[in-house]
Design a binder for this molecule. Structure first.
Ligand SMILES: NC(=O)c1ccc[n+]([C@@H]2O[C@H](COP(=O)([O-])OP(=O)(O)OC[C@H]3O[C@@H](n4cnc5c(N)ncnc54)[C@H](O)[C@@H]3O)[C@@H](O)[C@H]2O)c1
Length: 327
């Protein structure tokens, strides 16, 4: 079997490519390098520079590399940007997926893994754990493209006999090595790092939510665990599983923003108190995955805790920000 990993030079994709190649799978990466970094990939993983929007290129790569399964991570992922540029997000995330699925169906590829997101749930209702049958109600064009993507994957799978797995990632953090860390500042952990590095106190938005310490609670998943979930999904499909599966990928444990900021203080050595600002409109008090279906169906559970995520993310941040932690 050969797996084509789209977006494989990205933050998550490079971890997936390493884990799959390390487990003995043949992989080939297709990435347009819009935010990819080639040196994240092991030297023996072939990297093709090109877009998931280029149908001719996709057909050529699928044929030339005898691709038998696809892991599709390539996408734009910034929620705020998606509000400003919805047409671009639909074109790249949904249009790119349509073009890819056309090429996949035409080439007779029968296995497909799709990067979805907890953003499909929007602001989940006030439940302890968010299960896969929780109603999906995305609140951004980004989340909409992920939900539309799931529909497209399942419909194409049914029509063309492609076995599919959609993985709904919760809050991804950490790195397997400093050079593989996420370089963007779009999530709470790098945002706090960024504040500390600029000699500013971390910000906490709202501390009167109905949670134990009043701040929002989220489910953080180490990117190495997430990469292993992709391997488990690929192996399930390679083992002959049919039909479709949609699963949450999280730890099933909540961590509050306050706990996270305190942990970042310990790890970075910069324990300045956080500034509490007004709550942001639309932030759900709690969004924690019910992770049982992934355990049952993929035989996968997360192994790494939030301290390991923060420590490895901090090591990656310090590599790119030599001034960090010097104050
Ligand atoms: N990072 C998160 O917290 C998170 C959470 C949920 C879901 N996801 C999803 O995981 C996937 C990967 O995210 P990431 O954090 O690694 O982002 P990233 O930006 O680091 O990686 C995306 C990769 O895809 C490539 N790419 C983008 N558009 C492409 C196209 N049209 N053709 C080919 N390559 C293209 C980029 O160059 C980049 O290497 C995305 O689908 C994202 O929506 C991420």
């Amino acid at each position: 079997m050969t797996w084509m990993i789209t977006g494989g030079a990205g933050y998550i994709g490079a971890h997936v490519a390493r884990v799959m190649a390390g487990a003995g799978e043949d992989v080939v990466v297709l990435d347009d390098m819009s935010s990819g970094v080639p040196r994240r990939l092991p030297a023996d993983v072939p990297l093709i520079k090109g877009s998931a929007l280029d149908g001719d290129l996709l057909r050529r790569v699928l044929a030339e590399h005898d691709v038998t399964g696809v892991v599709h991570l390539a996408a734009r992922k910034q929620v705020g940007e998606s509000v400003e540029q919805p047409l671009r997000y639909y074109r790249e995330n949904v249009g790119g997926l349509t073009t890819l699925l056309e090429a996949v169906a035409e080439a007779g590829v029968r296995r497909f893994v799709f990067s979805s997101s907890a953003a499909v749930y929007g602001n989940p209702p006030d439940v302890d754990l968010v299960a896969e049958d929780t109603p999906c109600a995305p609140v951004s064009p980004y989340g909409e493209t992920k939900l539309a993507g799931e529909w497209l994957v399942r419909a194409a799978g049914r029509a063309h006999g492609i076995a599919t797995v959609c993985l709904r990632y919760f809050n991804v953090a950490g790195a397997a090595a400093p050079e593989l860390a996420d370089t963007g500042v779009f999530n709470v952990i790098p945002m706090v790092f960024d504040r500390l590095t600029r000699d500013e106190a971390p910000r906490v938005f709202g501390d009167t939510y109905p949670t134990a310490d009043g701040t929002c609670v989220r489910d953080y998943i180490h990117v190495s665990d997430l990469a292993e979930a992709h391997l488990a999904a690929a192996r399930r499909l390679a083992g002959g599983a049919e039909g479709d599966l949609t699963v949450n990928i999280g730890r099933g444990e909540g961590v509050s923003v306050r706990e996270l900021v305190d942990l970042i203080g310990e790890v970075s050595g910069d324990r300045r108190p956080a500034l509490v600002e007004s709550a942001r409109a639309g932030d759900a008090p709690r969004a924690v995955a019910d992770a049982r279906l992934a355990a049952e169906e993929l035989g996968w559970t997360a192994r790494r805790g939030v301290r390991e995520m923060v420590e490895s993310a901090w090591a990656g941040w310090c590599l790119h920000h030599p001034d960090a932690g010097r104050r």
